[in-house]
Design a protein around this ligand. Structure first.
Ligand SMILES: [Zn+2]
Length: 310
């Protein structure tokens, strides 16, 4: 079965202003590499727009309205210190959410083996009623709640290897034992959460890493903490918050991962998906701000997803 690749040009048009690290070029370099021959077998689709009813599974209606009204007709608007909206941001945000939902639909109904969503804006910092850290809606939490509501998935897991802690996802999952959140991230670092002691109702697994840690420490944390708890959760579906800013070249983080580490982590998650849920995995882009590091890491990650379905 194929790997589904979801993206949309409007996600490139989402403009964050000059000098912003979360910039359109991120998706352009990903598009360039994904358009090369090794990716010929991807099943490619445009990310559809989500309905606000889908978003309401994770965000209150008045927050969604506030974002819609904040989107400018021209120029840029800041909804928090780091999070910028431009005229195309509303449609981009709807398609970012819609990619995850469509990915879940296609994976849960067996149309594809797994899916990767190359989208902006990213999502894992977005709280129920707060935009932050470049994130508007929590794309991955909405995808998880959609899988539960529409496909009867009972136990859903999110694995987050972005260099920053996915505070928004953690908060949304906090007291729901059927939703697992496992995260490796640098600490201390934005947003400040993600201590090992933050464990929800036993469903949250944080494995903070120190600045300077490389692949060996990352793999050890993954193997000793994230994976055993993921396995014990017996997920019906695994979602990946695929941020690549733990790459050694990344300007926003100080971890020292390389492409092989992301490929390794992806294959380990797929092993558990194979054992528990017929390999159902939906991966969504989060961070990654060095263009070469990002493109090469996405390439390695998507190749592992494709190998899983081959
Ligand atoms: Zn990040």
């Amino acid at each position: 079965m194929a790997t589904l690749y979801l993206t949309h040009d409007i996600c490139i048009a989402h403009d964050t202003g000059p000098g912003h690290p979360e910039r359109p070029e991120r998706l352009r370099v990903i598009k360039q590499i994904i358009d090369t021959q090794p990716f010929d077998d991807l099943k490619r689709e445009d990310a559809p727009m989500a309905d606000t009813a889908d978003i309401e599974r994770a965000h209150p209606g008045d927050y969604i309205e506030m974002i819609r009204e904040a989107v400018p007709e021209e120029g840029l608007v800041r909804v928090d210190g780091d999070t910028v909206l431009s005229p195309d941001s509303w449609e981009a945000a709807l398609r970012a959410v819609g990619a995850g939902i469509h990915g879940v639909d296609c994976v849960m109904t067996g149309k594809v083996q797994n899916a990767f969503c190359a989208i902006r804006p990213c999502g894992h910092h977005a709280e129920a009623a707060v935009a932050m850290g470049f994130c508007v809606f929590n794309n991955i939490a909405i995808a998880a709640l959609h899988a539960r509501a529409k496909h009867g998935a009972e136990r859903i897991a999110v694995v987050d290897f972005d260099v920053h802690h996915g505070n928004g996802t953690q908060n949304m999952f906090w007291d729901d034992k059927n939703l697992y959140f496992g995260s490796t991230h640098q600490m201390p670092l934005f947003p400040g959460t993600g201590a090992m002691t933050e464990s929800g109702v036993g469903n949250i697994c944080n494995a903070p890493l120190r600045a300077g840690d490389g692949g060996e420490v990352f793999r050890e944390a993954f193997e000793s903490r994230i994976l055993p708890q993921l396995s014990a959760h017996r997920p019906d579906l695994i979602l990946i918050s695929a941020g690549f800013d733990a790459h050694e070249r990344d300007p926003l983080g100080s971890l020292r991962l390389v492409e092989d580490d992301f490929a390794w982590a992806t294959s380990k998650v797929i092993e558990i998906a194979d054992k528990n849920c017929e390999g159902r995995v939906v991966s969504m882009l989060e961070g990654g701000y060095d263009l070469d590091g990002l493109a090469n890491s996405v390439s390695a990650h998507v190749q592992v997803l494709m190998d899983a379905g081959a």
